[in-house]
Design a protein. Structure first.
Length: 404
């Protein structure tokens, strides 16, 4: 079995490529797709939301596969499916084939992105799993930084169709062999012996526990806010009165703050339970939204919002990986984390569509901010309820007291 550094190195490369080609590239390619296929904007972006819905529906069965077989073949299969989906996208001729391609890409997302990578890490590593996930998200944060300009250059030189084909070939030639190089995992019997007598929840036991549903709702409400703002953030700032250049400059704070949040989590929260870290993380988002609403959308209040938004989003990515294990144990992590992620993926698909509808109103900016504030407060309330009930019955009561 590979050591932790090799596992993290392999997944770092494949996460950057997978996020870049399956998720971030679409923002650059969408205008060209719309012009050539003659589709309405709602049809073009609706296919992307459909892919996220497919990924959410597939999250639980994919998690079960990861628990049974590990990430080696499951994630390699996801890379092959990425090749097929991107290749199909590059050759689609109308709405039907366009949506079919995004269906394959949605399945590939479930098999290759963070949820699958986190389950692979949890299965291969023990005490170092949380630190490994934190490190992986640092690398994953560079996906947009690398793939937005790369996609723009390829699209300008070769067009969106050939760009999709090239990304598919990279999935086949780079990501698939790397996933196969993960090697075989430790057998379940060895993992159980190493884990000791602590009993982990099964998927059935977990979904019957109130902490499961409250935590799933916390992530779903939080994800709704992030997905709604991610697509419409610049437009929102402009509607609030910021010049386009200022809006872009302020939004640019978010990326560095995400990295800063992840570095801070690694440096200062290493010996603190994820339940405790989550309380601050979930509270940052409503605090940032309250500032921008009370500050009258002045540049300083928008900047504070961007800082808190970025910090919260950066740390939350890590918490999505570490909290299911902290509350429900390690043995059935993939299935439990996949089931817990499904509602968040559904809200991720709905967020941009609902935000677009709200922004079309005359009072669009304040209406959208009000909805987002309510959702962020709900996510914090759900989270506090989840960790309160989870602490009383989680299988490993010493988890947040030992270094991970």
């Amino acid at each position: 079995m590979h050591g932790p550094s090799k596992t993290i190195g392999i997944l770092a490369v494949t996460q950057i490529v997978s996020w870049g080609s399956l998720y971030y590239a679409f923002a650059i390619l969408a205008p060209g797709i719309r012009r050539e296929l003659g589709l309405a904007p709602e049809e073009v972006f609706g296919a992307f939301s459909w892919a996220l819905l497919v990924a959410g529906a597939a999250a639980t069965p994919v998690g079960i596969l990861l628990d049974r077989h590990g990430g080696r073949y499951v994630m390699a299969g996801g890379s092959f499916l990425s090749f097929l989906g991107l290749g199909w996208l590059g050759r689609c001729t109308g709405a039907a084939s366009y949506y079919a391609a995004w269906t394959l890409i949605g399945l590939a997302m479930a098999l290759t992105l963070y949820e699958a990578a986190f389950a692979t890490i949890q299965r291969r590593l023990d005490a170092g799993a949380r630190q490994a996930m934190s490190t992986l998200t640092l690398f994953g944060g560079f996906a947009s930084t690398l793939f937005w300009p790369l996609t723009a250059r390829l699209e300008a030189s070769y067009g969106w169709r050939d760009t999709c084909l090239w990304f598919g070939i990279v999935q086949l030639a780079v990501c698939m062999p790397l996933h196969l190089c993960l090697g075989a995992d430790v057998s379940r019997n060895v993992r159980q012996a190493h884990a000791g007598p602590a009993r982990a929840h099964t998927l059935t036991q977990a979904i019957r526990h109130p902490a499961f549903w409250t935590l799933a709702l916390a992530f779903a409400a939080n994800t709704f806010v992030f997905s709604a703002t991610a697509v419409h953030l610049i437009a929102l700032f402009e509607r609030l009165g910021q010049a386009q250049g200022t809006a872009v400059l302020l939004a640019a704070l978010i990326g560095p703050m995400q990295v800063a949040g992840r570095v801070g989590e690694m440096a200062f929260a290493r010996y603190t339970g994820p339940q405790t870290v989550g309380k601050l993380t979930f509270a940052m988002l409503p605090a940032g939204l309250a500032v921008i609403m009370l500050g009258g959308a002045r540049a300083w209040s928008v900047a504070i919002f961007c800082v808190l938004y970025g910090l919260s989003n950066g740390i939350l990515t890590i918490l999505r990986g570490s909290l299911p294990r902290a509350l429900f144990g390690r043995e059935h992590y993939g299935a439990i984390a996949g089931a817990m992620a499904a509602p968040a993926l559904l809200s991720k698909a709905a967020g941009p569509l609902i935000a677009a509808a709200l922004l079309r109103r005359a009072d669009g900016p304040m209406a959208l901010l009000s909805v987002l504030l309510v959702m962020s407060i709900a996510s914090l309330a759900f989270y506090l309820r989840a960790v309160g009930t989870g602490d009383r019955s989680r299988p490993d009561k010493t988890f947040d007291k030992r270094p991970v």
